[in-house]
Write a protein that binds this ligand. Structure first.
Ligand SMILES: Nc1ncnc2c1ncn2[C@@H]1O[C@H](COP(=O)(O)OP(=O)(O)OP(=O)(O)O)[C@@H](O)[C@H]1O
Ligand SMILES: [Mg+2]
Length: 376
């Protein structure tokens, strides 16, 4: 698939932008705070229905404006598709919420109606923390990958988040004596059922992702290191267990933690606490990996994500590389560039054109980003 046009209206620091894109690589360069990341964020929002950068949708609307709009035109096997995402601020002085609205080919729909039309793999400086940083980043990687592969998974994730918010609010109400603990059972059962679906899915996908990541890492380490991904579900042991059994385990784990959950006002187990550990030669990379090993492991994960998406869907996703070239040493950079060869469309940002190798610039459409405008 490829993105043939991006159009923005009052999105972040863009008042209005109309950007036709080529199938080839696009390079976006410019100084700090000009709008390079914002533009990639807009593309990622079209693919994921949420910003990968913030949970606060209001941040996406240009300062002082009422609504933002991002329209992505995608050429895929299924033909030309248009995905429109709008973020609407509540009327001033009202206590309403920020709304997201979606349109697929001009027709109103829910988030599921646009999911899967555009698939992206995002690689940005934050990802360099993927191995050593908090589990949240690794969970986000799984959610971004799985939601793009499967609309049903995306729906489970949003259902789960909704149920989790409700249950946590109830836990606090019980703690504060506003509700009685008997009310919890209903939400516990619902949460466990949806959580189990997510976890069983994660387990299966990680097993499929694992050999790809291991192969890339072997290559990047000149055949010296063995990388392994270990999914660590929170509150359940999955193995071959069917969804119902995992749900029962989750329910039992919540029951066992009830006192603690009430005291903290937070659900103690479930996919929001999962981790995806990266092991190198039988050791947890969080503790032992050197800077260089971490970078190779992160790059292997990202390349695995790209290949897995392409294999599972039969189409190359769009690769979004935000300012990562300058962070990688020449040999890792070469490996990343080799991934562009089979032809995924790539949008690459850089502060300076000097950060990019001539082999990329030669075949790329190059644009300068300046204060929320893009010009050739
Ligand atoms: N809602 C908004 N309305 C207007 N401007 C915004 C909004 N959100 C962010 N900005 C502005 O966008 C700019 C940051 O843009 P962006 O993150 O795309 O920069 P960048 O070009 O990627 O820079 P760097 O090279 O430092 O990463 C900041 O100046 C910020 O104030
Ligand atoms: Mg940036």
């Amino acid at each position: 698939m490829f993105l043939s046009n991006v159009s923005l209206f009052d999105f972040r620091n863009y008042a209005e932008l109309e950007l036709p894109l080529e199938r080839s690589t696009t390079v976006l360069f410019g100084g700090n705070a000009q709008g390079k990341t914002n533009l990639l964020e807009a593309v990622a929002l079209s693919a994921l229905t949420r910003s990968p950068r913030t949970q606060q949708n209001a941040e996406l609307v240009r300062f002082g404006q009422q609504a933002a709009r991002v329209t992505a035109t995608v050429q895929s096997q299924d033909g030309l598709e248009q995905v429109e995402t709008r973020i609407l601020m509540p009327p001033e002085a009202s206590s309403g919420r920020v709304l997201r609205q979606f349109r697929h080919n001009g027709r109103d729909c829910g988030p599921a109606g646009v999911q899967g039309c555009l698939r992206v793999v995002l690689f940005w400086p934050d990802d360099l923390q993927l191995v050593k940083g908090p589990a949240e980043g690794r969970r986000r990687l799984l959610t971004m990958l799985l939601s793009q592969l499967d609309r049903v998974h995306a729906r489970w994730i949003s259902q789960y988040q909704h149920l989790l918010d409700q249950r946590n609010a109830l836990l606090r109400a019980v703690r504060d004596g506003r509700q009685n603990a008997g009310q919890l059972d209903y939400w516990t059962g619902g949460l466990a059922r949806v959580g189990a679906q997510i976890m069983v899915d994660r387990q299966r996908r990680v097993l499929e992702l694992q050999p790809l990541a291991a192969a890339f890492h072997r290559e990047l380490s000149d055949d010296r290191e063995r990388l392994e991904l270990r999914y660590r579900p929170s509150g359940a042991r999955i193995g071959e267990a069917p969804v119902e059994l995992v749900a029962q385990q989750l329910e039992a784990a919540m029951a066992a933690h009830r006192e603690e959950e009430i005291a903290r006002g937070q659900t103690a187990v479930g996919p929001q606490r999962d981790d995806l550990e990266v092991w190198l030669d039988e050791r947890d990379a969080r503790q032992f990996a050197s800077q260089g090993q971490q970078r190779s492991a992160v790059l292997s994960l990202k390349l695995a994500e790209l290949h897995y998406l392409a294999e599972a869907t039969g189409e190359q996703p769009v690769l979004l590389l935000d300012d990562v070239m300058s962070e990688l040493d020449p040999s890792r950079r070469e490996r990343l560039l080799a991934a562009l060869e089979p032809g995924p469309q790539a949008l690459i940002t850089a502060a300076d054109l000097k950060d990019l190798p001539p082999s990329v610039l030669e075949h790329a459409a190059v644009f300068r980003v300046e204060r929320g405008t893009v010009h050739a």
